[in-house]
Design a protein around this ligand. Structure first.
Ligand code: FES
Length: 207
């Protein structure tokens, strides 16, 4: 059975093939591999941590405290943290590792294994344009051009305010509505480039 790409990558790293982990494995064995854990910056008088961020860490700590002595809580904690922070930056992973008494390598291993977890900021609204055959033939390129113009980004990027992300995908199984795009959970079909501005307006006002 074909393994997921990230699973294959994890296997490759464990085998010492490629990647930073692989390099260290060759030097000293994976068991010895332990990325340095840095303390979360506490800020100082001239450059304090943003209060909102401290509040998020407090909330995360409360959640972790509520799980005390339960087994297998790492995924639940990561899930909670991603909902809280929007993604799982390195500092959050370090914090979780320390709080759960785990290695950063273990936490990172889980984060990188599951597609659901992200180490990069995510856009509030992801706009996904289908570039499958039916949509392509019916003008999906024109839809992408219009989105690029409206949002000022290319596929694979997110806007500076992190409100919109633009991606392209293969057939999403709604060929009868081609060309289609998906915004959040909603499919928008039979699109014309002129419709793009109005559709985005509905989301620009949110949050
Ligand atoms: S090709 Fe776009 S939905 Fe099938």
């Amino acid at each position: 059975m074909q393994q997921p790409a990230n699973y294959q990558r994890a296997e490759a790293e464990q085998a010492g093939v490629g990647g930073e982990a692989g390099t260290r494995e060759r030097a000293g064995g994976l068991r010895d591999f332990e990325p340095e854990i840095e303390e979360r910056p506490q800020g100082n008088v001239s450059c304090p941590n943003p209060p909102e961020e401290d509040k998020l860490y407090e909330e995360l700590d409360e959640f972790i405290d509520g799980l005390a002595d339960q087994d297998g809580v790492l995924i639940r904690v990561l899930h909670f943290a991603q909902n809280l922070f929007g993604y799982l930056p390195r500092q959050v992973q370090i914090h979780i590792a320390k709080r759960l008494g785990k290695s950063l390598a273990e936490v990172y291993g889980v984060v990188s294994f599951y597609h659901y977890f992200s180490t990069e900021p995510k856009a509030k609204h992801t706009v996904e344009v289908c570039m499958g055959t039916a949509c392509y033939v019916k003008g999906a390129s024109g839809i992408i051009n219009e989105l690029e113009k409206e949002l000022g980004i290319s596929p694979g990027q997110i806007t500076k305010d992190q409100k919109f992300g633009l991606t392209v995908s293969r057939c999403i199984g709604a060929c009868g509505l081609a060309p289609v795009m998906v915004v959040g959970d909603l499919i928008k079909g039979r699109l014309e480039p002129e419709m793009v501005e109005d559709i985005l307006k509905q989301y620009k006002g949110q949050g």
